[in-house]
Design a protein around this ligand. Structure first.
Ligand SMILES: [Zn+2]
Length: 466
């Protein structure tokens, strides 16, 4: 099955080394390392609160119910404070600040403010519309005083008049992909906001597409502050959980000829080449999925499969609220390409130098600044467009024949880590992480997971999953 999106994450610098090298992501020879994959590292989900905590989903939902029932004279609680992030048609509310350097931010509203904004609009507020996103607990200025905040998301797609009201505050609903490209990956706070927006979008899309029980056909209603759903029929009561669609994404490598296999798709921006990717089928292991997809799309046989990193991907089609991109380096055992034109436009072997050149050509930082400016203009009501095509179309000097996805995508980091690998004493340093090895023939029934420390890991520079 063809995976619909070319993009997606990353390897990491270990925290200790990271802090020694720099407070900011480390750039070397066009290789960009992030602290965590884009859309991961959500700052308000780091701890799951206990149900008795006032900022837990259960407690916060009770507070919300009281607020909305009119039993409370308060407009909003003093602790935990509530912050609400409205979405419209999958787009989070955003604003922008900055003079020369534009920086977007999410359009958080206090609960009281949000109720004011809703006055006279088409949206009728009820507790089942709000979805719990997480909480932040901080020590206040006074000893023992805690400044707790609970964060909620809500879909206000019904509210047309809301758009104008928010526009007067220079807040507007922006496509998440546009915000993704506009995010400065050296800015921890912005990366955190992007992760929150991604999680929120995934949950709201899941609510939109999961309305009825798959067992009995009755309605599903939100439970646990919108983090789960349940069938209303007494004899059924089926519970369902937010959906995640796992996808394998792999850079196929020909070790002998020092080449990598990149593919092109009609859905990609022109001249963009990326990794192969595809959905995992039921009853299939990760390494089997990597081998099957590569074979189906390009006719290339794959042997060893090495885990690299993973990335949540909440910007795919709305029928799939959140894909989990699981990235691999896959070592080819054949070289002859036979492209399945129903799946791909083209696939080619590229030398390491060609791939390095493609990484150099693409002006990712310029694309980021351009997008940030565009978001700023949208928030000021100057620009209405949501087109993303131009954001990827980055190049400088002579016309680049090809480029690869930006640092917000796992494909970029798979490609970049191979292109910039360093060979020491003839030993490849790209093999790192979890080797997923399947044995065929006589050993077909045996599968082994072998955790291999890599040369890179031993040097304490690159690790995964930290
Ligand atoms: Zn049911």
């Amino acid at each position: 099955m063809l995976f619909s999106c070319p993009l997606s994450s990353i390897h990491y610098i270990s925290k200790s080394i990271f802090s020694v090298i720099s407070r900011k992501p480390y750039f070397s020879t066009m290789s960009i390392h992030l602290k965590s994959p884009v859309f991961a590292g959500n700052p308000i989900r780091s701890k799951t609160p206990k149900s008795i905590d006032p900022f837990s989903p259960a407690s916060a939902f009770q507070t919300l119910k009281v607020l909305l029932s009119g039993q409370s004279h308060l407009q909003e609680p003093s602790s935990p404070k509530f912050q609400v992030l409205p979405f419209r048609k999958g787009r989070p509310l955003a604003g922008s600040t900055g003079d020369l350097v534009k920086k977007w931010h999410l359009g958080w509203l206090t609960f009281a403010d949000f109720k004011d904004v809703l006055e006279g609009t088409e949206v009728k507020l009820s507790d089942d519309l709000l979805v719990y996103l997480g909480c932040k607990t901080e020590k206040g200025e006074e000893e023992e005083e805690e400044d707790n905040v609970v964060y909620w998301a809500i879909d206000v797609s019904q509210g047309i008049s809301l758009v104008e009201k928010l526009g007067s505050r220079q807040l507007t609903f922006v496509e998440l992909r546009t915000l993704m490209v506009a995010t400065d990956w050296a800015d921890d706070a912005a990366m955190g906001e992007l992760a929150i927006a991604g999680h929120a979008r995934a949950l709201l899309e899941w609510h939109n597409t999961s309305r009825f029980c798959g067992s009995c056909g009755e309605m599903l209603v939100p439970t646990e502050a919108g983090t789960r759903k349940q069938c209303i029929k007494d004899s059924c009561k089926k519970r369902i959980y937010p959906r995640v669609d796992p996808v394998v994404i792999m850079l196929v490598i020909d070790k002998e000829n020092d080449c990598a296999l990149l593919s092109k798709n009609t859905r990609f921006v022109p001249r963009m080449w990326s990794c192969l990717a595809g959905f995992i089928e039921p009853g299939e292991s990760l390494e089997e999925a990597v081998r099957r997809e590569t074979w189906e799309e390009t006719g290339i046989q794959v042997g060893e499969v090495v885990y690299h990193s993973s990335q949540p991907w909440p910007v795919g089609p709305s029928s799939m609220p959140c894909q989990l991109m699981i990235g691999f380096l896959a070592y080819a055992t054949s070289v002859e390409i036979n492209v399945d034109k129903r799946e791909l436009e083209d696939a080619k072997w590229y030398s390491r130098e060609e791939v390095k050149k493609a990484l150099t050509f693409a002006e990712y930082e310029k694309a980021q600044r351009t997008s940030a400016y565009k978001v700023d203009q949208m928030c000021k009501g100057v620009e209405k467009g949501q087109s993303l095509a131009a954001d990827f179309n980055v190049e400088s000097g002579e016309l680049a024949t090809m480029f690869v996805p930006g640092p917000f995508a796992i494909a970029h980091h798979l490609i970049s880590s191979w292109a910039h690998q360093v060979s020491e004493n003839g030993i490849s340093t790209q093999t790192k992480g979890l080797i997923l090895k399947s044995f065929h023939g006589d050993d077909a029934d045996k599968q082994f997971l072998i955790l291999k420390s890599s040369q890179v890991l031993k040097k304490k520079i690159l690790v995964f999953g930290i």
